[in-house]
Design a binder for this molecule. Sequence first.
Ligand code: NAD
Length: 294
Amino acid sequence: MIPLDLTGKVALVTGVGDNESFAWFIAKALQAAGARIILASHPRMVSIVQSFITREQDAESRKLPFGKGEFHPEKIVACDASFDTVADIDEATKNDRRYNKFPEYTIQGTIDNIGKEFGGIDILVHSIAFSREITKKMVETSRAAYLQALGISAYSLTSMVRAATPYMMNRPGGASVIGLTYIGGERVIPHYGGGMSTAKAALQIDAQQLAQNVGKHNIRVNLISAGPYPSRAARAINPDFDKLVAYTAEHSPIPRAITPEEVANASIFLCSPLASGITGQILYVDCGHNIMGI
Ligand SMILES: NC(=O)c1ccc[n+]([C@@H]2O[C@H](COP(=O)([O-])OP(=O)(O)OC[C@H]3O[C@@H](n4cnc5c(N)ncnc54)[C@H](O)[C@@H]3O)[C@@H](O)[C@H]2O)c1
């Protein structure tokens, strides 16, 4: 049998905002491969995600790939990737009812709770990005928005790996961290501003540094560089997003857009024993677009 079997593996998946998020498809593929799924979503998204998990009208989107049944995360918790520990939480957030209904929502606290409750963590998925000035060009981006984009979209990976290392170290068969990046961190995509291009560039070297730092604990860290995909959030941010998808498809060796299922399939491969010797890599799931010169 080909060993793409994640039976019993504990997978903590961040970045599910709705049933179109890359993380939604990744979590479903991980469950189809046998993993136990815990979702850690932004505090403001938790009830929305809960409704996608339960609403009859969303049943179709809960179907697992490979005919493996229905998506049932074992737990959905809150995690705001802006906060490493409680010491980072500002007064306004502490008093915000959308936050203070949760006993915990920092990276350290959330990962400690999950690591202890599930007796360890085998798989960690980082699928988080945010810039409040994403629609602005780089030259118009403010310092505050730039630093926030870097903190949430890039530094949070380092924070998560640090918090998760005690729970991921020396797991049977090793543990795997997956993050999501985009070619806009390496080449100029004109509308990928607001600090997001910088955040992806940072994320890419950070993932390699982290792979070196935690490799001795048999924890692997890899990124998937996905082609453009019109998630709800991407469409909402950029009304011309479909044009970017169409342009990329037209100029790719495989001349079509990628699907979120293809990103999910690459994720389960990277988390599986089949990828046991792979760390610090960027796997392009972009129909080959990154190799093109024009
Ligand atoms: N959609 C694309 O074209 C594309 C292409 C390549 C890479 N990516 C990357 O894939 C990942 C997922 O993006 P997506 O397209 O699925 O969109 P998405 O909006 O569904 O996912 C982004 C998630 O980040 C979460 N988030 C934002 N700020 C947060 C915070 N402070 N704390 C916790 N969570 C926070 C949002 O709630 C959301 O769930 C991102 O890293 C994105 O940059 C997307």
